[in-house]
Ligand binder design. Structure first.
Ligand code: ZN
Length: 451
């Protein structure tokens, strides 16, 4: 694998189209915290990556929480006095408030209106609402659709069930050369909404696919979980394994046309935070870095004080900052193949840094070694970035006293990680560097990692 291909527009478009295709396949499925929609989603993902499906029974205690009843829905509608469906779940699964209990009743428009949710500011859009962890029922519709309802009697039906069942999540583990892990997590509980978060699901799936063919230094754990209760469940059931997680990324809202936004881990200056920042700095595009805050996605759980994992959140436009957020307008038009490809590329470039970040010791630390005599300058002479590469050699030689990693050197020099790594590779070949195994964590190495 060559990371330079992720800088080519054509390649980003091609892989972006594949990711978009997966989103289109998953879009019609009615997902929720639990239920068959999640299973169906994991089945579709399972065609691309060998995902393991875990089922945790209703009632299981997970830290301060309890796995809720499983929710499934077959049909829902509102019929007017002529028996016509004025609202039909089959037209959009957003029409039913998620986790609505079953109901079949006749009522006046006035009674019905207490259970209707609309967006007066966006009269054509259907809002996305849930009633998790509290009983209730309701319908969501466009404000215009509600305005067209005439007074009279209505028949309402939600053919749903809330029963003992399971919480379902997907997990894929890729064994690397060390047992130290990189965690990639994404939430699977939203129904027909694309940016939040079919984009995260689809990019994570393709990221797993790309990595699965490689020889990797770290082991990788991919989690496809319902938001909040999902990571709480995983952390509770896997508490003994948590210390293996050295770095992590939550992927959410990674498909819109906006700039990339990265929310740092709670630690703020973890290696993954610095790696993403470096990738974005050298991306040639606008971006935004946010400090950790205890609201957002599943980084809230991974970064809770007892775990405090080095897990940040990679996004484009953050939740709540795009008007289509949690509405029917977060549809296939909002996510762009090129943005999806670019988000994947940025995740891979970040992992490339984590895979290759090491510390070295200069084997000729008394003044500069004579590089010309070794033919090193000639190696770069015909390259268009030859001058930069020469400077990179000097940076790596000077800073490789065991205190600084390649990531440190890239940050200090203002150069990209690839440029610094290329220089280190040349110096290693010339025996001018030796890996500092004490400082390079983990210590196992491979030459084929992410090539
Ligand atoms: Zn959401």
């Amino acid at each position: 694998m060559n990371t330079s291909r992720y800088r080519e527009q054509g390649y980003l478009e091609a892989i972006g189209n594949e990711i978009f295709h997966l989103i289109s396949d998953l879009y019609p499925i009615c997902r929720s915290l639990t239920g068959d929609g999640v299973r169906e989603t994991l089945r579709v993902i399972g065609r691309l990556i060998p995902i393991a499906v875990n089922e945790i029974p209703t009632g299981t205690k997970v830290f301060d929480w309890t796995i809720p009843p499983e929710w499934n829905i077959r049909d829902a509608y509102i019929k007017n006095s002529n028996g016509e469906r004025v609202l039909d779940f089959n037209k959009s699964n957003l029409h039913v408030v998620g986790y609505s209990g079953p109901i079949k009743a006749k009522m006046s428009l006035r009674e019905l209106q207490e259970h209707l949710f609309t967006l007066p500011d966006k009269p054509d859009w259907i809002p996305y609402r849930t009633t998790y962890f509290r009983e209730g029922w309701g319908f969501c519709m466009s404000h215009n659709q509600m305005g067209a309802l005439e007074s009279g009697q209505y028949e309402v039906c939600i053919d749903s069930s809330l029963e003992d069942g399971h919480l379902t999540y997907g997990e894929l583990f890729l064994q690397g050369q060390t047992s130290d892990e990189v965690l990639i997590s994404t939430h699977t509980c939203h129904p027909s909404l694309c940016n939040d978060n079919l984009s995260g699901i689809a990019v994570a799936t393709h990221l797993a696919r790309e990595l699965s063919s490689l020889s990797l230094r770290y082991s990788y754990r991919f989690l496809f979980l319902p938001a909040t209760i999902g990571p709480i469940t995983w952390l509770c059931l896997n508490e003994r394994r948590v210390s293996r997680i050295k770095h992590g990324l939550v992927l959410a809202c990674v498909g819109d046309a906006g700039n990339t936004t990265y929310k740092r881990s709670r630690r703020g200056n973890a290696e993954v935070d610095r790696a993403v920042a470096l990738v974005l700095k050298h991306s040639g595009k606008e971006y935004e870095l946010l400090d950790f805050s205890p609201h957002g996605y599943d980084e809230r759980q991974f970064c809770s004080p007892a775990f405090d994992l080095a897990v940040g959140c990679l996004m484009r436009t953050p939740p709540g900052r795009f008007p289509e957020y949690h509405t029917s307008a977060d549809n296939l038009d909002l996510v762009k193949p090129l943005s999806l490809g670019d988000s994947l590329a940025k995740a891979i470039s970040t992992l490339y840094i984590l895979e290759h970040n090491r510390s070295f010791l200069n084997q000729n630390p008394k003044c500069e070694p004579q590089l010309g005599r070794r033919g090193i300058y000639r190696a770069f002479a015909d390259q268009k970035d030859g001058g930069l590469q020469e400077q990179a050699l000097l940076w790596v030689l000077n800073m490789s006293d065991g205190r600084f990693s390649l990531l440190d050197i890239a940050e200090k020099s203002g150069m990209s990680f690839e440029t610094i790594k290329k220089a280190a590779d040349v110096l290693l070949e010339q025996d001018l560097l030796k890996e500092d195994r004490y400082l390079s964590v983990p210590t196992e190495t491979t030459e084929e990692v992410l090539r």
